[in-house]
Design a protein around this ligand. Sequence first.
Ligand code: HAM
Length: 422
Amino acid sequence: MKISAIKGFADILPGEIETWQFVEEKARAVFALYNFSEVRIPIVEKTELFSRSLGETTDIVEKEMYTFADQDGKGALLTLRPEGTAGVVRAYVEAELYQTEPVRKLFYLGPMFRRERPQKGRLRQFYQIGAEALGRGDPFVDAEVLLLLRDFFSLVGLDGVILELNSLGCVQCRPRYRKDLLAFLKEREDKLCPNCRRRMERNPLRVLDCKEEACREATRGAPSILDYLCQDCRDHFETVQQLLRDSGVDYKLNPRMVRGLDYYCRTTFEWTSDRLGSQNAVAAGGRYDGLVEDLGGPPTPGIGFAMGVERLVLLLGAKESRQAPRPDLYVACVGSAARSWVIPAVHKLRQKGISVEMDGEERSLKSQMRRADKLKAQFVLIMGDEEIKTGKGILRHMDTKEQLEVSLRGLEEALLARKVSH
Ligand code: HAM
């Protein structure tokens, strides 16, 4: 019986995984440069963590979470994490990390789950590489986070990503904007999609984010948040932009970018690529200065981002240079004496850091050589009963076709010496 994977849940197999490993390795390198430490947080959390952090009227909380009742007899609701920020902040508060060092720069990588309609670059289980800088409200850290991303994209060789930037203001200035935006929307209510009409009162900003053409058309002349920022938010945003300009990072202001989560304030951003189709954000994030307090911690500002690994991998494509490393040696053996020699001998070589592949079935020498070729082994050692008897074998360099006789005792030295010289 053949059982297939669930729609929107993908396998990442050899051929593709090498690009994932490459991306993860570069991410770790850039996080080290910017002094971020790794955290691993649970994949399952109490549902209320997400409804409280992300907001009751967000798409994620309204319709995209994988939520189930625990089997604890009380039916407590649990959810597969749809994103990482809420869990990281919960952990920061729960472990009271702020007691010892209030400024924490943390990163994470792992799977997230959203029940969205699967399409190119959009899955139901997808991976994020994310980071959260907690405890700093200054605009320098906003710039630092954006520079980190710029550096990461350069490190992996990703071109053509554009930084879209906005400020969502703060609790001082956003209410006035919200009020004026709502008044603007009410005048055009009949032109909005049913979803926006329903959510408008509770979350008017979300209407600006609606993908429906009718809503886009109706909100064309909507007031801009950037005209409503209070002096502090204006100064903060201006400094972020100045720092980006001074560091040579291009960006585009997008006052309609409101982001899909309610915890945001001030600086928000998305890095987009026009090579991704409609799911064009490779990375996104922003400030969330009220979230730590909202989850029971002391007033602590925060800013972070998450990148979608599938989207990064799509953009980077497969590259020969990122394929799995080739084995140093392939042992082709013929005859029963050779076969019993091979396991302990190969084991010794592997213990010395030489990667070895071999044949366990009694296949012909020709087919073993074909396999060695396919695996792109650097060397092949051909072993027959005769070689065991004489204690000597033929080592063939597969690229140069050069062959040399080696004593089986000296095989390890011969390989290590050759490995360095080739
Ligand atoms: P987000 O915008 O919901 O933000 O997701 C961040 C990134 O995850 C997106 O830009 C996209 O690359 C990727 N992504 C999201 N949904 C999917 C999906 N269904 N399939 C594939 N990739 C997807 C957050 O998650 C925030 N927690 C980011 C953040 C961290 N803000 C502050 N700190």
